[in-house]
Design a binder for this molecule. Structure first.
Ligand code: FAD
Ligand code: NAP
Length: 532
């Protein structure tokens, strides 16, 4: 057998991050090879094919902005694109830029070891076709490792068990069946209204109610599209100035919720509820900072739940008690309304926890629910899961999983001390999942590409984050998170959904400041990194 394939850049993952990284590396005339576990491109949008899966960032924003021709040519059909449409877009991009010849599909990276003497990474795959690369770019995704709930008997279920995060490509026929859904996060909230239409009976097993606001999805108005396309560059630039890198058309007000009269506050919430989507949480400047301010928005949504859900007991059980926006806000189409349907039942696991999954269904402390199909919408080992599942060994043979035992430590979310020539796209310590991910992905890929170009032009072969810079960065991220209400609930941002995972708030709020900082680091010769 021949030895590993020698390349300049190895990229792991062919979602939007990996695809753009491949393109940029090729533009630099670097020899690049990408390895992807799936059989196709698209990452999230390849795997998450559950009914109702769609974007909750508007489609005119959730798309690449690096090529004016691409963004002019592509036509989105709806305000929020469906999973099939986003997947078609990813496939179109792969074809348009001839990316597939650089991607090895159906291949999983198991390990990557840095050879300190040679300054190169040995990347081992499950196919045995390994890579020997100068640079290793992890485009493995923040929400790409689904986790199954630790419920006794789950394996014994005699019906069909499916995960939203790896929904069968051939679909699941639920017509005439009794379907159970475990979980009430964004995935479940999108799937539940559709499953309720298709199934004979739907039982939603809810442990913690989530806040959700209506999407008010609709076909895109050609005039609206034309207005954006008229100056798409300006539109992208305006969005980059937003705290979460989206929603510039509905700017955040410059005042706090408690600075205005209650009637004005209500009117603002009502207007945003009617408009739909995530900008609801940007109604006022202090919603994610001040608990009293936050409570006004949370109360508004609770009132909406009361007004939509006919059965007051069910409405009460659907009402979250945590801070709104602490767990990621969900965006739905008819979620609360679904609980008015006669074939839908809400099981409140906080009151009656699941005891076991039996061959015929789910048993809670209150009784047994017969099921034909069990849907697990139970979330992901977010931000670190895909990285720590690979045996990544840096200098001194230390693994990334070991170094991150007490939580992830990065410099700018891009580099890790002790792991030279390794880059992470949208890694922990960067705004990442708190933003329109496409914007963060493009920023990181551009930053990494500029860095590679700089190194090549200067004859440098090695770059590594300094421990001091990394320590300072981690302290900064923690300090910023500490100013917000984010650490007040058990969210996946904190790793609280994974048993045994250290609780650390992983993303950094505030895209514009982050971008300026990362770009200044580059402009100052990669300050905080040792390059040589
Ligand atoms: P992914 O798309 O996750 O791609 C990573 C790829 O790496 C995957 O294909 C995976 O198979 C591969 N991979 C991982 N480990 C290995 C390995 N060891 N070997 C080989 N391959 C590997 N973000 C938004 O901004 N707006 C939204 O509306 C939105 N909606 C979402 C809806 C769902 C259901 C989910 C799960 C996430 C959503 N996100 C959204 C976040 C979404 O993950 C990002 O927007 C974006 O698609 C991430 O792209 P990526 O390339 O970084 O990662
Ligand atoms: P999630 O938000 O982590 O939700 C998982 C759900 O499963 C939670 O309700 C959780 O309850 C529940 N759960 C987990 N283990 C359980 C157990 N043992 N018993 C009972 N319930 C259990 O995961 P997700 O819905 O897949 O969403 C993850 C993220 O992906 C989102 O926050 C978002 O960033 C992205 N996403 C976006 C969209 C979109 O609208 N575009 C759609 C899907 C996903 P607890 O809260 O009690 O832990």
């Amino acid at each position: 057998m021949s030895g590993p394939q020698h390349v300049d850049v190895a990229v792991v993952g062919a979602g939007f991050a990996g695809m753009y990284m491949v393109l940029q590396a090729r533009e630099l005339n670097l020899d690049v090879q990408c390895v992807e576990a799936a059989s196709g491109v698209g990452g999230t949008w390849y795997w998450n094919r559950y009914p109702g899966a769609r974007c909750d960032i508007e489609s005119m924003e959730y798309s690449y902005g690096f090529d004016e021709q691409l963004q002019q040519e592509w036509e989105w059909s709806e305000r929020y694109a469906t999973q099939p449409e986003i997947l078609r877009y990813a496939e179109h991009v792969a074809d348009r830029y001839d990316l597939r010849r650089h991607i090895r599909f159906d291949t999983r990276v198991k390990a990557a070891t840095f050879d300190d003497e040679r300054g190169r990474w040995l990347v081992e795959t499950d196919s045995g076709e390994d890579l020997d690369a100068q640079f290793l770019v992890m485009a493995t995704g923040c929400l790409s490792v689904p986790i199954d709930p630790a419920i006794p008997g789950l394996q014994d279920f005699a019906g069909e068990t499916v995960r939203t995060a790896s929904w069968p490509q051939e679909g699941v026929d639920v017509s005439g069946k009794r379907v159970g859904v475990i979980g009430t996060g964004s995935s479940a909230i999108q799937a539940v209204p559709i499953l309720a239409e298709l199934a004979d009976a739907l039982i939603v097993f809810q442990r913690t109610p989530a806040f959700t606001v209506p999407a008010h999805n609709r076909a895109l108005d050609p005039a609206e599209v034309a207005a954006i396309k008229d100056d798409y560059g300006r539109f992208r630039a305006d969005n980059r100035e937003m705290p979460s890198a989206f929603g510039s058309r509905l700017p955040r007000r410059d005042e706090g919720a408690l600075d205005v009269e209650p009637a004005e506050r209500l009117a603002e919430y009502e207007a945003r509820w009617e408009r739909g989507g995530l900008p609801f949480i940007g109604s006022f400047t202090d919603l994610l900072i001040d608990e009293t301010a936050n409570e006004t928005a949370a109360d508004f949504v609770r009132d909406k739940i009361r007004s939509i859900v006919a059965d007051p007991d069910v409405a009460e059980r659907l009402m979250p008690s945590q801070v709104i926006g602490c767990k990621r806000l969900c965006v739905d189409t008819g979620y609360y309304e679904t609980f008015n349907k006669p074939n839908v039942e809400l099981v409140d696991l906080a009151a009656t926890p699941i005891e076991t999954v039996a061959p015929a269904g789910v048993r809670t402390t209150a009784g047994h629910h017969d099921l034909d199909v069990l849907v697990l919408a139970t979330g992901f080992d977010a931000m670190t899961g895909a990285l720590t599942r690979i045996d990544i060994r840096g200098r001194g043979d230390r693994t990334l999983a070991e170094v991150w035992t007490e939580g992830p430590r990065t410099y700018l979310g891009l580099g890790v001390a002790g792991f030279p020539n390794l880059f992470i796209i949208t890694g922990p310590g960067s705004p990442s999942v708190l933003t329109n991910m496409l914007v963060s992905i493009e920023h990181h890929v551009d930053w990494i590409s500029d860095c590679l170009a700089h190194m090549r032009s200067q004859g440098h072969r090695r770059i590594e984050a300094d421990v001091e810079a990394q320590d300072g960065w981690v302290d900064f991220v923690n300090a910023v998170a500490g100013l917000t209400l984010f650490p007040t609930c058990g969210s996946w941002y904190l790793g609280a959904n994974v048993p045994g995972k250290t609780r650390v708030f992983m993303p950094l709020p505030g895209f514009p400041t982050y971008r300026e900082t990362a770009d200044a680091v580059a402009a100052e010769g990669y300050k905080g990194f040792t390059v040589g």
